[in-house]
Design a protein around this ligand. Structure first.
Ligand code: ATP
Length: 905
C-alpha cells in the first residue's frame, strides 16, 4: 500500500484537499498511525532528513593542506633546490611537506569528526500521535500519514496538512524569505495558490512563532518543499574561527617577513662575502624553512576541537566554533531562573483562598500527601482535611487542573510529569486532594484555549462545567489580580480586596515560592476565546505557592563566577520577591535592588545602561526585555552570555556574545539562535564551559609562545652565520627535522595541558586584546635569543676543540631540541612559576613528549641512515652533559624572567 502512496502523493495538491480527504488518502486518522505502520512506512519513504552537506572528502582535506602560503614557500624551495642540483635537500623538503600535510590532514580530520559527532547530539525531536498516544520521537523517524503536534518555538518537522489550529502562526523566512509570521488555518486553499498563500500547510523547517497545531504529515525529507528547493539547509560549519583567521593572517605576514629576511641575507652573503650564488640561495631557503612554524595551524585547530569535545563531555554543546574563544572573555551571564538556577521540580506547598489558608504535604511528583488547613490566628496546622468539607478548595483545584496541559504518568511505582512542571505541580496538588484528573477532564471537556506564553504570563481555557461554559484562567498572580474585579468567598461573589491579596502574594513570594493564581468567569456566547474577553471581569479564586529549590551545584558555580570576575544576573518571569529570595539563597553578590519588567519599560536606554552594573535580579521580565538588557550591558563594554528557551528569546540569544539555549526545555527556535546548547539546562554547565574556554585560549597562547622561539632561534642562527660569513650551525635539512619533531611531539603536549590553579581567579580576557601581544612577542624574542646563544656556544666550542663541522652541527641541533624540551616545561605556565614538583612533573603528556623527542634525537644522532640523510655524527657523553647543563640554564633563566614579570605586574 505504502508503495502506491509514494507514487501518487507528490502530485497531490494537499493545500487544496480537505483534512478528511487528506487523512483518507494517506490511510491515516486523526489519532495517528500505529507504531508498526510507522515503522513499515519508514522503510518505504526513508528517513525524514534533508541531505546533509557532505563533510569534506578526504582528498579535498589533504589537498587543502597545501593551500597555505608557508607550505607554498617550502614547495618552491624544494623545486629550486632540485634545479640547483641539491637533490637530497629537495627530496627531504618535499618529504617534510608531505609529512606536515599528513599531520594537518589527520588532525583536522579528528577535529571535524569531533564536531560532527557533537552535531549529532543535537538531532531534533517531534511530538506525534502513535497508537493514539502523544509520543516524542526523533524527527527523522516521522513518515507520511503521521499526526504531528507542534507548538510555539518548535521547528515544523515535515510538511503538514493542518487539521486543527489554535492562533497558529509560522515564520516561513527559511522557505519563502517572508519575514512576517504567516497565519495558518485549516480551510482548503485554491489549487493554484503560491507556496506563500497555502495557509492550510505548515512547511518543514519553518518555525512556529505562536499557538499550537495538529497536522497530518504529507511529505518528509527531500520530498518537502524545503527539501525540493535546497538540499542543504544547514551546512556543515567551517572549522575556521576568528582566532584561526588571525593566525592565518599573522602567518602570511610572518612568511613575507621571513622571505624578505632570507633574500636580504642571501644578497649580503653573496655581495659582501663573495659566496657562490647557489649556496646563498640554499642558505636563504634554509632560513625560510627554519623560521616558518609549519606545524602551528594544525596544533591550534586540534586544541580548539579538543576543547569542543571536552565541553560536550561536560554537557555544553558548541554549535558555532568561535564561541569556544568568546566564552573565555564572558563577563556577564544573564540567566533564566526556572530550571537553570533552580531544579524546575515544582511542588505545591501552600494554597490561599478568600477565607482559608492550606498547607500541602509531600515533595516531588508522587501524588501522595495531605492537605491541612492553617489556623490564621495561631498559624498552626490542623489535621488533614478532605475536600468534601472544603468545596471552595475543591473548586479551586478543579479549575487549576482543567486549565492545564500536563499529564501525570507512571512507570511502575515512580511517577513523572509529561508537560510543564509548573502545571504538573498543580495536578499533583489536585490528586492529593483526591481528584481524578482524567475523569475530571472528560466530564468537563475543553472547548477553546489560549496557550501560555511568557509575554502574557497566563493561560486560559473554556470548559463546559455543568452545562455552562466557563473561562478558566491561571497565571502570574499580579497579572490576574489586574484582570479580576471579584473574589469568591463563603458568602458568594464580592468585590476584590486587592491589597489583601497583594499581601498574601508577597508573603508566599518572599519565602521563595513561585506563586500562581487561578480565576474564572462565564464565557461570552460561543465566541472564540480572545485576550480581550478576560481583561476585566474575572473572579479571583485564590493563589497557590510552588516550591522550586535552587540547584545545589549552582551555589558553587555562582561563587566561582564571582571569583572569576563574571557577574551572574537573573532574569525571570517570576515575582520580584520570589526572585530575590532565590538570588539570596544562591549567593548572588549585591542583590539589594530588584528591577521589574515594567521599570525596564519606563527607562530610556541611557538610564538602563546607568543602572545595569548594579542590578543582579530582573523580575517579571519578558523575552523582549532581555534584548534591551544585553544591549545595555554591551554598551557598557560587557561581554554577555544569555540563556533562553522560547521562540521570543531568539533576538536576545542572537545579540548576546554567546547565546545559550536549553537542551531539555528549549525550543528548536532558541537552539537555532544560539552558539551553545546546555544538555542539562544547568547554570553550572555554563560556568564549566567558560572555564574550558579560558583553558583552550590559554593553551593556544602557550603553544604559540612555545613553538615560535625554536623557529626564531634557527632563523637567527642561519641569518647571523651568513651575515658574518661563517659556517651555518644548522643546515636547512636539519632545520626542517627540528621543526617537524618539535611541532609533532613537544608542541602538541600543551594542547592537553590542564588549567592553571588561578584560571578562574583571573579577570575575563579583554576580547579586543591581540593574541600576539607585547608580552608574547617579548617572550618569543627572549627565548629565541637564549636558544641562539646555546646553539652558537656549543657549535663554536666543538669547532674550537677541533671537532668536525658535522659533529658540531649535530650538537647544535641537539642543543636546540633539548633546550626546547626544557622550555616546554617553562611554557606549562606562562607567568606562574613551574619550580615545584607539581610544575615540573604533573603533566604526563609533557613527559611523554619529551621521552618521544629524546628517542627521535638519539635516532637522528646515532642511526646510520639518519646520519647519511642529515650528515649527523655520534656525540659523546660529555657533549650530552654540556647540552643538558645549557638546557637547564635556559629553563632557569626563563623562570627568573617570569619572576621579574610577576614582580612588575
Ligand atoms: P524564568 O524566566 O525564571 O525561567 P519562567 O521562564 O518560568 O521563569 P515565565 O515562563 O516567563 O518564567 O513565566 C512567567 C510567569 O508566568 C511565572 O512566574 C508564572 O507566574 C506564570 N506561569 C508560568 N508557567 C505558567 C503556565 N504554564 N500557566 C500559567 N502561568 C504560568
Amino acid at each position: 500500500m505504502a508503495r502506491t502512496l509514494l507514487a501518487s502523493d507528490s502530485a497531490t495538491a494537499w493545500h487544496n484537499t480537505d483534512a478528511e480527504a487528506a487523512l483518507s488518502t494517506l490511510t491515516s486518522s486523526s489519532t495517528g498511525l500505529s507504531s508498526q505502520e510507522a515503522e513499515s512506512r519508514l522503510k518505504v519513504y526513508g528517513p525524514n532528513q534533508l541531505q546533509q552537506e557532505q563533510a569534506r572528502s578526504w582528498y579535498r582535506r589533504f589537498f587543502d593542506q597545501f593551500n597555505n602560503i608557508l607550505i607554498f614557500i617550502l614547495i618552491i624551495a624544494a623545486v629550486a633546490s632540485a634545479m640547483l642540483g641539491h637533490h637530497l635537500d629537495a627530496a627531504a623538503i618535499l618529504g617534510v611537506v608531505v609529512i606536515i600535510a599528513l599531520i594537518g590532514f589527520i588532525q583536522e580530520g579528528k577535529a571535524e569528526q569531533a564536531i560532527q559527532s557533537i552535531r549529532n547530539m543535537l538531532s531534533p525531536q517531534a511530538t506525534v500521535l502513535r497508537n493514539g498516544k502523544r509520543t516524542v520521537v526523533d524527527a527523522e523517524t516521522i513518515v507520511p500519514g503521521d499526526i504531528v503536534l507542534v507548538e510555539s518555538g518548535d521547528r515544523v518537522p515535515a510538511d503538514l496538512r493542518l487539521i486543527e489550529v489554535k492562533r497558529f502562526c509560522t515564520d516561513e523566512a527559511a522557505l519563502t524569505g517572508e519575514s512576517i509570521p504567516v497565519d495558518k488555518k485549516t480551510d482548503t486553499v485554491s489549487a493554484n495558490a503560491d507556496l506563500a498563500e497555502r495557509s492550510s500547510i505548515a512547511y518543514a523547517s519553518t518555525i512556529v512563532v505562536q499557538g499550537t497545531a495538529k497536522g497530518l504529515v504529507v511529505a518528509t525529507g527531500t520530498q518537502t518543499e524545503i527539501g525540493k528547493i535546497s538540499e542543504l539547509v544547514r551546512g556543515v560549519e567551517q572549522l575556521k574561527t576568528p582566532l584561526l583567521r588571525q593566525l592565518d593572517r599573522a602567518g602570511s605576514m610572518l612568511a613575507l617577513f621571513i622571505l624578505g629576511a632570507a633574500a636580504l641575507t642571501a644578497a649580503v652573503g653573496s655581495i659582501f662575502h663573495n659566496q657562490p650564488i647557489d649556496e646563498m640561495f640554499m642558505a636563504a631557503v634554509g632560513l625560510a624553512v627554519a623560521a616558518i612554524p609549519e606545524g602551528l595551524p594544525a596544533i591550534v585547530t586540534i586544541s580548539l576541537a579538543l576543547g569542543v569535545q571536552r565541553m560536550a563531555k561536560r554537557k555544553a554543546i558548541i554549535r558555532r566554533l568561535p564561541a569556544v574563544e568568546t566564552l573565555g572573555s564572558i563577563s556577564t551571564i544573564f540567566s533564566d531562573k526556572t530550571g537553570t538556577l533552580t531544579r524546575n521540580e515544582m511542588t505545591a506547598t501552600a494554597i490561599w483562598l478568600s477565607d482559608a489558608h492550606y498547607a500541602v504535604d509531600g515533595i516531588g511528583f508522587n501524588p501522595v500527601g495531605n492537605i491541612r488547613q492553617i489556623d490564621s490566628d495561631l498559624k498552626s496546622q490542623t489535621h488533614p482535611i478532605t475536600t468534601d468539607d472544603h468545596p471552595a478548595l475543591s473548586h479551586f483545584l478543579k479549575a487549576a487542573a482543567l486549565c492545564n496541559d500536563a499529564e501525570l504518568a507512571h512507570n511502575g511505582e515512580s511517577h513523572h510529569i509529561v508537560g510543564d512542571p509548573t502545571e504538573g505541580a498543580l495536578i499533583i496538588a489536585a490528586a492529593k486532594a483526591g481528584l481524578e484528573i482524567q475523569a475530571l477532564r472528560q466530564s468537563h471537556p475543553r472547548l477553546d484555549a489560549i496557550p501560555f506564553e511568557s509575554e502574557h504570563k497566563y493561560m486560559a481555557t473554556v470548559n463546559e462545567i455543568v452545562g455552562e461554559h466557563k473561562i478558566l484562567v491561571k497565571g502570574a498572580p499580579d497579572r490576574l489580580l489586574e484582570m479580576s474585579n471579584y473574589t469568591l468567598s463563603q458568602e458568594g461573589r464580592s468585590p476584590i480586596d486587592r491589597r489583601l491579596w497583594e499581601a498574601r502574594i508577597e508573603e508566599l513570594s518572599s519565602q521563595g515560592l513561585r506563586v500562581l493564581a487561578v480565576a474564572e468567569m462565564s464565557a461570552p456566547d460561543s465566541q472564540p476565546l480572545d485576550h480581550e474577553h478576560i481583561q476585566k471581569e474575572l473572579t479571583f479564586l485564590g493563589i497557590i505557592g510552588l516550591l522550586d529549590p535552587p540547584r545545589e551545584e549552582v551555589i558553587n558555580a555562582v561563587k566561582e563566577c564571582l571569583y572569576a570576575g563574571i557577574r551572574p544576573v537573573m532574569i525571570t518571569g517570576d515575582h520580584a520577591s520570589t526572585a530575590l529570595s532565590i538570588a539570596k539563597q544562591l549567593g548572588f553578590s549585591q542583590t539589594k535592588r530588584v528591577v521589574t519588567g515594567r521599570e525596564i519599560e519606563s527607562m530610556t536606554d541611557a538610564q538602563l545602561e546607568e543602572i545595569i552594573p548594579e542590578v543582579d535580579v530582573f523580575a517579571r521580565a519578558s523575552p523582549e526585555h532581555k534584548l534591551r538588557l544585553v544591549k545595555a550591558m554591551q554598551a557598557r563594554g560587557g561581554v554577555c552570555a544569555m540563556t533562553g528557551d522560547g521562540v521570543n528569546d531568539g533576538p536576545a540569544l542572537k545579540r548576546a556574545d554567546v547565546g545559550v539555549a536549553m537542551g531539555i526545555q528549549g525550543t528548536e527556535a532558541a537552539k537555532d539562535a544560539s552558539e551553545m546548547v546546555l544538555a542539562d539546562d544547568n547554570f553550572a554547565t555554563i560556568v564549566n564551559a567558560i572555564a574550558e574556554g579560558r583553558k583552550v585560549y590559554d593553551n593556544i597562547r602557550k603553544t604559540i609562545t612555545f613553538i615560535l622561539p625554536t623557529n626564531g632561534a634557527q632563523g637567527l642562527a642561519i641569518m647571523l652565520a651568513v651575515l658574518a660569513g661563517t659556517n651555518l650551525p644548522i643546515t636547512p635539512l636539519q632545520a626542517l627535522w627540528v621543526n617537524m619533531v618539535v611541532a609533532t611531539t613537544l608542541g602538541l603536549a600543551l594542547a592537553f595541558e590542564e588549567s592553571e590553579h588561578d584560571l578562574m581567579r583571573r579577570q575575563p580576557r579583554d576580547p579586543k586584546a591581540a593574541l600576539l601581544d607585547m608580552f608574547l612577542l617579548w617572550r618569543v624574542l627572549f627565548v629565541s635569543l637564549l636558544l641562539l646563544i646555546g646553539v652558537f656556544s656549543i657549535f663554536s666550542w666543538l669547532l674550537a676543540q677541533g671537532e668536525s663541522i658535522e659533529l658540531a652541527r649535530t650538537a647544535a641541533v641537539n642543543m636546540l631540541v633539548v633546550g626546547s624540551a626544557a622550555y616546554l616545561i617553562n611554557s606549562r605556565f606562562l607567568i606562574n612559576s613551574t619550580l615545584s614538583f607539581q610544575g615540573i612533573f604533573s603533566s604526563r603528556m609533557v613527559w611523554l613528549a619529551i621521552a618521544a623527542i629524546m628517542l627521535l634525537q638519539l635516532a637522528f644522532t646515532y642511526v646510520p641512515f639518519m646520519q647519511t640523510i642529515f650528515t649527523s655524527e655520534g656525540l659523546q657523553l660529555h657533549h650530552w652533559l654540556a647540552i643538558l647543563l645549557a638546557s637547564i640554564t635556559i629553563y632557569g633563566l626563563v623562570e627568573v624572567e617570569k619572576a621579574v614579570w610577576r614582580h612588575v605586574r
